[in-house]
Design a protein around this ligand. Structure first.
Ligand code: HPA
Length: 271
């Protein structure tokens, strides 16, 4: 999507909502249930936004849900566009750019990821502290967009103050919140055991096929970012069983309660 399409989409959403969301949330594979928890919700399918394709991976719903969650005005993106679906980075990052153009200043991302850190098990929730962009492309290639900068600093891509809040919320809830580095790969084939050994050597604690394009787009627009991975499976060569998308969705269902509590707690407390 080009700048004028982003602008028109932001205007369309603003007209539908008549308010500016405080926080945008993005729900990953198997985590879409949170969209149903939004009160006074307005639902807008991606297909209604000119320039956005209507999404379609099983477990991804493909719509915006705006409303109230924990008393905060939220804009939830249920389902996302992936590089592995063949979408250009300009589409993958478009929802975040639309939100930024609307004036949304905070972004909370979730995803499902494979666990590389040997301390992780299926069901671990990991807060992202840093990432490795191994997609070999990014959303900023091309002309500089309105409100964005050419060379954004990525030292604190994941907001330190937001991370502190999440740690405190997890502690209060008795939730063990892991922390680590997320490696983003293109996919959609899962990794080989050799690739997982390589990622471990590079310092990755988890691996997935999303999130990093959105984080880059958000940071360059000045949004503050917090992100969580649900470790849905142990990565290839660590897992004793073959990997499957069904297993990823099942992990989402199993962790639903803990994940919802964490997200709600964080939403309530984010500065
Ligand atoms: N690898 C990459 N992406 C993933 C995985 C994985 O093991 N699990 C969930 N998303």
């Amino acid at each position: 999507m080009d700048d004028s399409e982003i602008g028109r989409a932001a205007e369309l959403l603003r007209d539908r909502l008549e308010w500016t969301p405080e926080i945008m949330g993005v729900l990953g594979s198997g985590l879409g249930f949170l969209a149903d928890a939004v009160d006074e919700s307005v639902s807008i399918p991606f297909g209604e936004i000119p320039g956005l394709p209507s999404a379609g991976v099983a477990g991804h719903q493909g719509r915006w849900v705006a409303g109230l969650l924990e008393g905060r005005r939220v804009l939830i993106q249920a389902g996302r566009f992936h590089v592995y679906e063949g979408h250009p980075m300009a589409v993958v990052a478009a929802p975040v750019r639309i939100a930024a153009r609307m004036g949304v200043e905070r972004l909370l991302l979730t995803n499902a990821a494979g666990g590389i850190n040997r301390r992780f098990t299926a069901g671990t929730i990991m807060m992202l502290e840093d990432h490795l962009n191994l997609m070999w492309r990014g959303p900023l290639v091309g002309p500089v967009r309105e409100g964005e900068e050419r060379f954004p600093d990525m030292t604190t891509a994941y907001d330190p103050e937001f991370r502190e809040v999440a740690r405190a919320v997890a502690l209060k809830q008795g939730l063990e919140l892991a922390r680590g580095t997320y490696a983003a790969v293109t996919g959609p084939s899962y990794e080989t055991p050799a690739e997982i050994r390589m990622l471990a050597t590079m310092g990755a604690d988890a691996v997935g096929m999303s999130t990093v394009p959105e984080v880059i787009a958000a940071r360059t627009a000045g949004m503050r970012v917090l992100a969580f991975s649900l470790i849905s499976n142990l990565a290839a060569g660590i897992s004793p069983t073959p990997l499957s998308h069904e297993e990823v969705l099942e992990a989402g269902r199993e962790a639903a309660g803990r994940f919802e509590a964490l997200v709600r707690g964080v939403l309530a407390e984010l500065p």
